[in-house]
Design a protein around this ligand. Structure first.
Ligand SMILES: Cc1cc2nc3c(=O)[nH]c(=O)nc-3n(C[C@H](O)[C@H](O)[C@H](O)COP(=O)(O)OP(=O)(O)OC[C@H]3O[C@@H](n4cnc5c(N)ncnc54)[C@H](O)[C@@H]3O)c2cc1C
Length: 464
């Protein structure tokens, strides 16, 4: 319930935020309400607030991630950025249709608009659209470089904040100017925290690789652990004392149920990372084998151990090099993130994995099977080749030890019949899916067309 209220409030605040300054602006200029100038100012206000919210969201705020899930936050980020950009174009066109003069204020607006335009076009072409990305990726542009370029939008945001706050319409209404400066400053500070301070904290919190196993030709498992360090302990404790972090921790305690598993752990203060099974993190390896780029991977180990692991499949330049990482290399860890974490509370579950999409389920099932599994679980794992079933033994053992766990590996087989019969055999199960986007669409369509009775459908996308 608390979660639903928070989600609703967040969406209302985000969407309605520009309405308040727009309302005050329209009241002041009531005589000219339907003139082009008013429309241009209102579109400018919308553009400003939406771009600022986009910047705030990009700071990877964990509370938002817990409420919506990281991929949905990123999707919202993209939609809001597009609306903000269209509003800024409208603002620009309407403004020059009335009058245009070159001044420091208009130049800052022009710089912001041009950078936003370039960043948004490049992002739409090479980050957000998988078809064009796949077509071009190896020939021209690498995803991580585009991601780096995406950060130029911060320069555009700063230019936009200056443009708006030195405009005569803002200066003449101090209340409006104050609110715009405050929200702009909050966004920039959050970004500085995300891009700078968070990285420093990550550098202090050292992790080291303890083993690298080639499970198959294309799949590598990397095990790592946090290195204890007294300084780290004090610095991270200090950060946890910051008011916002305290509020966040209190809220997480309140949220409780998802963390039941972790709560029961006797935490070794400095080495076990509190996490839920199925979560992921962003990793940077400090190694000669790979560049210092940041990539997201699911934590495939169970939650109750100081050793964490990722299981990675070669899918491009970076992942192809990861098997060359060596024991002793260090890594930076930002996480955990994600809400793909079912609770073992006696419910009916159908887990469906396509290929390497098995990683969250490895973590979930390893964590569940530490005690007796209480839920009724069927795992369907669909792969192309037998050799891709790299955790076959693990799932067979869990099946042997737990009568309420069924494991169905499918090698190069159509999943439809198995999926439909599994769902029909259970009473309104919750379906968890992780795998290729096409398979995701297919499962959703199958549920809809066959009118399958399920409790809920959750999915994890391996792309942001
Ligand atoms: C939440 C999440 C969990 C994931 N868990 C796993 C896992 O457990 N095992 C696994 O093998 N793979 C996982 N992935 C996918 C993995 O992140 C990508 O395969 C990897 O980043 C590809 O990098 P590349 O340079 O080798 O390939 P590329 O060919 O450069 O990229 C292939 C695709 O991976 C995505 N990608 C590439 N770089 C990034 C980046 N820096 N940030 C975000 N996405 C990127 C893009 O969608 C891209 O099209 C996960 C992805 C996400 C988003």
């Amino acid at each position: 319930m608390l979660k639903k209220i928070l989600i609703f409030s967040f969406l209302v605040v985000c969407i309605a935020l520009p309405l308040i300054p727009s309302y005050f602006y329209c009241i002041d200029f009531f005589d000219s309400l339907f003139e082009i100038y008013t429309f241009s100012m209102v579109s400018g206000i919308f553009s400003y607030y939406y771009f600022i919210i986009v910047l705030i969201i990009s700071a990877r705020i964990k509370l938002l991630d817990i409420l919506f899930g990281h991929d949905k936050v990123m999707m919202f980020h993209g939609i809001l950025a597009s609306i903000a950009f269209l509003s800024s174009i409208l603002h620009f066109i309407l403004k020059i249709s009335i009058s245009f003069s070159i001044s420091f204020q208009t130049i800052t607006g022009g710089i912001a608009l041009s950078i936003f335009a370039i960043v948004i076009i490049i992002t739409l072409l090479f980050m957000a659209n998988p078809f064009i990305r796949i077509h071009w990726k190896s020939k021209i542009i690498d995803y991580s470089k585009v991601k780096c370029f995406h950060n130029f939008s911060v320069i555009a945001s700063v230019s936009m904040i200056i443009h708006v706050n030195i405009a005569s319409s803002t200066i003449n209404t101090p209340g409006k100017q104050l609110s715009m400066i405050v929200i702009g400053a909050v966004a920039i500070l959050l970004y500085i925290y995300h891009a700078g301070i968070r990285l420093i904290i990550q550098k202090i919190n050292k992790y080291t690789v303890v083993s690298v196993d080639k499970l198959t030709d294309s799949i590598t498992k990397i095990v790592f652990k946090r290195v204890s360090c007294k300084n780290t302990f004090f610095i991270s404790k200090f950060c946890m004392r910051l008011p916002l972090m305290r509020l966040y921790r209190i809220w997480r305690k309140h949220k409780s149920s998802n963390l039941d598993l972790c709560k029961s752990l006797k935490r070794n203060k400095n080495t076990i990372i509190k996490r839920n099974p199925g979560q992921f993190a962003f990793f940077r390896f400090k190694s000669k084998a790979v560049g210092f780029e940041e990539h997201p991977f699911t934590i495939s180990s169970e939650t109750q151990t100081i050793f964490m692991s990722i299981t990675v499949k070669k899918s491009g330049d970076y992942t192809a090099q990861l098997s060359n990482i060596i024991v002793g290399d260090s890594l930076y860890f930002d996480g955990p993130y994600g809400v793909f974490s079912p609770i073992d509370n006696g419910s009916n579950y159908v887990f469906i994995a396509g290929g390497i999409g098995i990683t969250p389920f490895i973590s979930i099932l390893k964590s569940f099977s530490k005690s007796v599994i209480r839920s009724n679980i069927t795992l369907i794992w669909s792969v192309r080749n037998v050799s891709d079933l790299f955790e076959n033994e693990l799932f067979e053992k869990i099946q042997k030890d737990n009568s309420n766990f069924t494991y169905i590996p499918l090698v190069d087989t159509d999943i439809t019949e198995t999926f439909i019969s599994t769902i029909k055999a259970l009473d309104k199960p919750s379906v968890y899916f992780c795998g290729p986007p096409l398979m995701n669409d297919f499962i959703k369509l199958c549920i809809k067309n066959q009118k399958l009775r399920i409790h809920n459908f959750y999915y994890e996308r391996f792309s942001l």
